[in-house]
Design a protein. Structure first.
Length: 94
């Protein structure tokens, strides 16, 4: 990541590691859950809110660094798919 300060590079490395090791696996499990027709639990919804809050907090890193932005956009697309399917499932269950 050329042109990054040491602090920015460190933050991106830590955030990316956390996303890959924690958030991405959980998001995949949530997608499997909604693909099977289940709805999201309050815990799942809280998780998605935390992710969106963290993206907003780190918006300058997202805006300034294309590789990190691409990775986060892929995650956001995954979260969007989870929410879309969960809403469809919720509508079917009522």
């Amino acid at each position: 990541m050329m042109g990054l300060s040491q602090k920015e590079a460190g933050m991106i490395a830590v955030l990316t590691l956390h996303m890959r090791q924690s958030r991405l696996p959980r998001a995949r499990r949530m997608l499997d859950k909604v693909d099977r027709g289940a709805t999201l639990s309050q815990n799942d919804i809280d998780f998605l809110r935390r992710v969106l809050r963290d993206v907003r907090v780190n918006q300058s890193l997202v805006n300034d660094h294309a590789d990190f932005r691409k990775f986060l956009h892929e995650l956001i697309d995954l979260y969007s798919e989870i929410v879309r399917k969960a809403v469809e499932n919720e509508k079917r269950s009522t």
